[in-house]
Design a protein around this ligand. Sequence first.
Ligand code: EPZ
Length: 415
Amino acid sequence: MDKLLVHGPCKLNGTVKISRAKNAYLPILAAVLLSDKKIHLKNIPELQDIKTMIKLLQNLGVTVTKNGNITTFDASTLNSHEATYDLVKTMRASIFVLGPLLARLKKAKVSLPGGCAIGTRPIDIHLTNLEKMGCVIHLTGGYVEASVPKMKAAHLLLSFPSVGATENLMMAAVFAEGTTTIDNAALEPEIDDLAHFINAMGGNVKGIGTKKIEVTGVKELKEATYEAIGDRIEAATYLMAALATGSDVRIEEVDPAHLEFVTELLKKMGAKIETGANYIKVEKSVLKGCHVDTAPFPGFPTDAQAQLIALCTQVKGSSVISENIFENRFMHVPELIRLGAAITLKGKSAFIEGEAKLSSAPIMCTDLRASAALIIAALCATGTTEIQRVYHLDRGYENLVDKLKTLGANVERIK
Ligand code: EPZ
């Protein structure tokens, strides 16, 4: 298994280009199943999760061709409604094919996503609302077996603004007769991106960016070309790495509005941050501690919580960070303590002492964002830190080692 060696402490410097967003392209790829016309997607990032989703589409019969930075999908050759356990077990987001398959084929058999390192992550909100649209759902042998004689438009009120449920239901409603309203919808920018993609294919989604999304059924879709938004969580990761190492870095090809809560918080902590249409520039800054609760967008993203904890080990004073979205998302803390961080966990909160003198030790990745926190800490630690199980990082960070090297970090990947 590959591992990373990070020689620290090091300063970063220069410009990093952000890839297109994993959490935008995963539902967009699933939405390709809705159309029997050609769909052209630009700059799809080379990530393990994206490769898994594309493999799932191919297993369902979608024809995929690549030409330079454009990948073309032809789902007119769709010939299966089954997403098997083998693929779904490696990536929960496979559940995103449920809505589009039901909308297009009126049936779907999708393996139930098992548990995950960060939490139990049930899909009850997806299923109960699909039933409100007329779907008949059985859970048998670890699979969701669903069918629908005719998808009915409905008024759906989500019990929690779930990202995945909002996206699945939006896709399920694309051909339903009449207008489906999704109330208490999630507001994450990736959801707006999916809605814009559906409209680019000729769908009819309104209320984009609001808690009340309206999807009016259409008869058919058309050929489309689309490029997803920049990855705000990748950008947040480089932003916090720059601040933790006291560096000047420019982060390009991301919309700062998608990170506003994060940059405003960092500014309150003392960070010197300048933003423009599609860049964020940060300068060496002296930071103080913070009190933060993770929350659905536009609040502080749970996917940047681990990276913020790593940063807070280097600021002046103490911090308290509480995780409210997932019940088991502090797996990075024991690993940070191995590097010399002073962190205590109580219930949903982490109490972090600043100005920790981190020093190298062998550490292990446990999930995608926890791994990003370990990278940030290793860049601050004295000595060579060996980071194991880096396959977790491959799921969501494109060309991480090259991008860090471009910024002057001394890192290497050992096969
Ligand atoms: C999406 O997951 C992201 N994944 C996650 O990013 C992100 O952490 C999460 O949204 C929250 O922002 C993708 O977009 C592929 P949710 P999702 O449904 O859709 C509970 C990363 O690091 N819930 O909003 O699974 C659930 O258990 C990943 O890139 C139910 O109880 O998130 C959780 O506690 C990790 N029942 C909370 O809601 C449901 O039916 C939020 O889940 C659905 C969700």
